[in-house]
Write a protein that binds this ligand. Structure first.
Ligand code: CTP
Ligand code: MG
Length: 400
């Protein structure tokens, strides 16, 4: 049995922001740079560094997805990873991360997930400087532009740029002093170094890295995409860069006729038919499609994203699952090609409503073609006995 030594460094990756300025429709951490999200790229740098406890601070309600990303990025270091929910401000999110740091940790780094391409060497550099000085440490880049102080539309004064530096993350601190500074903070600070300095502690600098720029606007995202593109500089070493081909996935689901109320199947209500049991509405057709799509995109399965630990999906119908699945695929750089699903059940009879079912499922998938076929099983098995419904789906996804 291998025993992972308890690390003396923790890296808090704050990823709980909404990304309002990026305006991508989902939290910034889950926006795709290529087939991998901002968070996944950020974690690549984190796991390139020397082993440390890694606390990912995720948007409330999205902890499951963050955990999936973190575990995949961690590889053999998965025992070092935990995920907590963030707060309304960056400072509140860092505080939530700090509360999850293990007792033996002496040095804490705080890193913006939005600085997705920060290489592992920066983390190691910051840790070494904290160890050496016992102070706070910030990676910085020299300011290259000429800087002016302005008053309205008028230039008030020049500023000597030799006295300026642009601060990045990861920023590192002795753990006890950082915890005390957070407890004492009475105002919102622009970064952790400012909060730490406000508590009276010195902060030192080390060299930053141009790749550690923060993805804030759509133009920044384009810059990041350029850097990780297949023929670009080695910012993305360690991530599979082969050109992407279409991919297929398979999904199945089974539910028993043991529910209450109206039967929902293939995205339609079927009044007068016995209902299926399940955490949501028991729509085995929709769930098989979700599994097939997630599997095709390599994004885990329905339990990863919609399990019983997500109370928001209790009683939800097919459209909720399928719309969200398409969003997950989109964030990872995939579009739905087509879906084919077969239902095995004695009832309901699909022939009269096949077109309605296909239209409902297709609409929830943004118009991608969905074919529905149905069969009985000659009286054999649980579907033949009329105990429940089984559905089998195959999906094709295409690089978006
Ligand atoms: N962050 C956080 N919790 C918040 C706000 C921000 O964890 N309540 C994180 C972000 O996820 C990001 C980092 O802090 O990794 C830097 O913040 P910023 O670039 O401002 O990201 P967002 O707040 O998501 O973006 P915006 O301000 O455009 O909404
Ligand atoms: Mg912000």
């Amino acid at each position: 049995m291998s025993i992972t030594p308890v690390p003396r460094v923790a890296i808090i990756v704050v990823a709980a922001g909404s990304g309002a300025r990026l305006g991508a429709g989902s939290p910034k951490a889950f926006v795709g740079i290529d087939e991998h999200t901002v968070l996944r790229h950020a974690l690549r740098g984190v796991f390139q560094a020397a082993p440390a406890q890694v606390v990912v601070v995720a948007p409330e309600g999205r902890e499951g997805e963050a955990e999936t990303e973190a575990v995949e990025a961690a590889g053999s270091r998965r025992d070092l990873v935990s995920v907590v929910a963030g707060g309304a401000t960056r400072q509140a999110s860092v505080a939530a991360g700090l509360a999850a740091v293990w007792p033996d940790v002496e040095t804490v780094l705080v890193h913006d997930a939005a600085r997705a391409l920060a290489p592992g060497a920066v983390f190691d550099r910051v840790v070494a400087a904290v160890d050496e000085t016992g102070w706070g440490v910030v990676p910085v880049l020299p300011v290259v532009d000429t800087i002016k102080r302005v008053d309205g539309s008028r230039v008030a004064a020049g500023v000597d740029r030799d006295t300026l530096a642009a601060a990045q993350t990861p920023q590192g601190f002795p753990r006890a002093a950082l915890v005390a500074a957070y407890a004492a903070a009475r105002a919102e600070h622009t970064d952790d170094a400012a909060l730490f300095a406000a508590a009276g502690h010195p902060v030192d600098v080390v060299d930053g890295d141009s790749r550690a720029f923060k993805i804030t606007t759509p133009a920044d995202l384009e810059r990041a995409r350029g850097l990780v593109a297949p023929n670009a500089a080695p910012a993305s070493a360690g991530i599979d860069r082969r050109p992407r081909a279409p991919r297929v996935g398979v999904g199945t689901d089974v539910h028993a006729f043991a529910g209450e109320g109206v039967l929902w199947l293939a995205g339609l209500p079927w009044p007068g038919e016995p209902a299926l049991a399940g955490h949501s509405d028991g729509d085995a057709v929709a769930h098989a499609i979700v599994d097939a799509l997630l599997s095709a995109a390599g994004l885990g399965d329905i339990g990863t994203h919609f399990g019983t630990d997500h109370p928001e999906y209790a009683g939800a119908h097919a459209d909720v699952f399928l719309v969200r699945t398409r969003e997950l695929l989109g964030a990872a750089g995939w579009a739905v090609g087509n879906v084919s699903v077969q239902v095995q059940a004695n009832r309901p009879r699909f022939s009269a409503r096949r077109a309605d079912a296909e239209a409902a499922l297709s609409a929830a998938l943004g118009g991608a073609p969905v074919s529905v076929s149905a069969t009985t099983t000659d009286g054999l098995g649980f579907t033949g006995a009329g105990d429940g419904v089984a559905a089998f789906a195959v999906a094709l996804v295409l690089p978006a």
